[in-house]
Design a protein around this ligand. Structure first.
Ligand SMILES: Cc1ncc(COP(=O)(O)O)c(C=O)c1O
Length: 267
């Protein structure tokens, strides 16, 4: 229902090679962090929260981005707040924090000595200019999240009784910091039906997307690991029927009405 990892199927996939569990808070809906922490602890695995889409979300009253050994937020312009590009890693682990600081700084050590590289690193430094943009966004974060929540509510109100689509599911113990607004077509629609609807919406100037396309079917993963269609049937079934509707803080009620009436006509 949430499109998140199915915690009941994790343990059977753990092998002696497994080092960590990486769970995504898909579309801003936090994964089942209590269960994930139990499994990670039982098997002595690191746990990483990909909360890139979940800034402002809460799981049982705790903020997304506070679970596991490390978590992250991403600040690409489609996110709840942006720095243009970039993101942050959140952790209480001193070792992880040191490692991340070194990796982002071309492998330099704690002393930040310019010509001393202790490990293979990268240039992942977020510039002052990006940070300044992020700080200005952070000042308005409640307003930005609030406006996104109103847009999501407007869509929910208009789509909840429409036959053929389901609105985003939000579990009772969850609060969502809205990232995208993704509806799902009923099972009797095919991928071709979904693509036709996307095409028709785009034709009349409504920006929408087939968000998400499964990772295992990306050319790189097919070539590198030999994945093919059918390997992850639940993912494929869901992804064939998702439609991301236009979604941003400034979307007006009239625009929401326009999108909803266009979608209804195409169902
Ligand atoms: C779940 C998830 N993880 C990671 C990322 C990557 O973030 P970035 O754009 O900073 O590479 C994104 C961005 O869209 C995301 O949605």
């Amino acid at each position: 229902k949430t499109l998140n990892i199915d915690v009941s199927r994790i343990e059977q996939r753990i092998t002696s090679q497994t080092k960590a569990i990486l769970a995504v808070d898909v579309f801003g809906h936090p994964a089942e962090w209590d269960e994930l922490e139990q499994i990670a602890r039982k098997h002595d695995l690191l746990l990483i929260e990909d909360s890139a889409e979940a800034l402002g979300s809460e799981y049982k009253g705790c903020k997304a981005g506070t679970f596991g050994d490390a978590a992250l937020y991403a600040f690409y312009p489609n996110k709840q707040m942006t720095t243009g590009e970039g993101g942050v890693v959140l952790t209480n682990g001193e070792q992880i924090a040191k490692l991340c600081r070194s990796l982002r700084n071309q492998g330099r050590g704690e002393g930040n000595e310019w010509l001393k590289h202790e490990r293979l690193g990268y240039n992942y430094r977020l510039s002052d200019i990006h940070c300044a943009l992020g700080l200005a966004q952070l000042e308005r974060i409640d307003e930005l999240l609030g406006r996104r929540a109103l847009v999501a509510q407007a869509y929910n109100d208009r789509l909840k009784d429409v036959e053929g689509v389901s609105i985003p599911y939000v579990a009772p113990h969850i609060k969502i910091g809205w990232f995208v607004y993704v509806v799902r077509l009923a099972d009797h629609y095919s991928r071709a039906d979904r693509d036709r609807i996307l095409q028709e919406l785009k034709k009349i100037g409504i920006g929408c997307g087939n968000y998400f396309s499964p990772i295992h079917l990306q050319p790189f993963y097919r070539e590198q690991f030999g994945y093919q269609l059918g390997d992850f049937p639940v993912t494929e079934h869901s992804s064939d029927r998702t439609i991301a509707l236009p979604f941003f803080a400034g979307l007006s009620e009239a625009e929401v009405n326009h999108v909803v009436s266009a979608l209804r006509q195409l169902l």
